[in-house]
Design a protein around this ligand. Structure first.
Ligand code: FPP
Length: 254
């Protein structure tokens, strides 16, 4: 290992270990076809299926999908209900297949806001697939990056209050161990479909050094070929993690 230490592997890898996606554009996809928005979300589920499969085939270790943000409750009540029903029906339908394919499913976000039925399904899905060793599929539901950081701060505060932690011991590494997905490699590649170029309160902490890829493609049109384009773009990026380009080139040549 060089003087650059543990970031060597992230500097040198030309394939992401962890991909995080904001799946945007379902509504516009439907509108462009004269269909109601729910039709776009249903088509979005098909894209989820394709991308999970493509990630498995590409040997990606983890995929995190932003399925429902903590701000999405502001949508019309009928659309929120549709999305909840869609989560339930999708989970029920897909869980066996995901399990058979070795996918470990987990959920991040404040699930207490969901119906008992949906919470139960989430718990059961995690319990069933928790021992799998293939792709980790993290579904962000009622998730917000600021919520995640506030929760991490609260956890640390509780440990301080209990006398188990010295405030002087709180540094980025210690805080980073309390945020969601702390046990996974940080996302290497972030993809947002639908043309917007923002993070929208997704994984604020975890995306600090992630390569950001924005595409105009609407989520229901995203497939293995579009993923391949994003992976090719990623392979052409020079990741530096604060180092100089010369250091990185030297390391690559070593
Ligand atoms: C954004 O498109 C999409 C969402 C808020 C929901 C995403 C949900 C799915 C793809 C289906 C469920 C997924 C799982 C993992 C079960 P938008 O409605 O904001 O589109 P617009 O910007 O065109 O209006």
């Amino acid at each position: 290992m060089s003087e650059l230490g543990h970031i060597d592997s992230r500097l040198l890898a030309d394939r992401p270990r962890h991909i995080a996606i904001i799946m945007d554009g379902n509504g516009r996809w439907a509108r462009a076809r004269g269909l109601p928005r729910p039709a776009g979300h249903r088509e979005g589920v098909k894209a989820v299926r394709r991308v999970v499969e493509a990630c498995r085939q590409n040997g990606i270790e983890a995929l995190t999908l932003f399925a429902f943000s903590s701000e999405n409750w502001r949508r019309p009540r009928t659309e929120v209900k549709l999305l909840m029903d869609l989560f339930i029906s999708t989970l029920k339908r897909e869980v066996r297949d995901l399990h058979a394919n070795g996918v470990r499913v987990r959920f991040i976000g404040d699930r207490t806001a969901f119906s008992p039925r949906l919470q139960q399904l989430m718990d059961e899905t995690e319990a069933l697939t928790g021992g799998n060793e293939g792709l980790t599929l993290a579904i962000a539901a009622n998730y917000g990056g600021r919520w995640d950081l506030a929760r991490a701060a609260r956890r640390l505060a509780e440990q301080v209050a209990a006398g188990a932690l010295d405030p002087a011991g709180i540094d980025p590494d210690r805080l980073g161990r309390e945020v969601s997905l702390a046990d996974l490699p940080e996302p290497d590649l972030f993809i947002r479909t639908g043309g917007e170029q923002r993070i929208s309160n997704f994984l604020l902490w975890q995306l600090a050094y992630t390569e950001l890829y924005f595409t105009d493609i609407l989520w229901p049109d995203f497939d293995q070929d579009r993923l391949a384009e994003a992976l090719a773009w990623f392979a052409g990026r020079q990741r530096r993690f604060g180092c100089t380009g010369e250091q990185v080139e030297q390391l690559k040549g070593a």
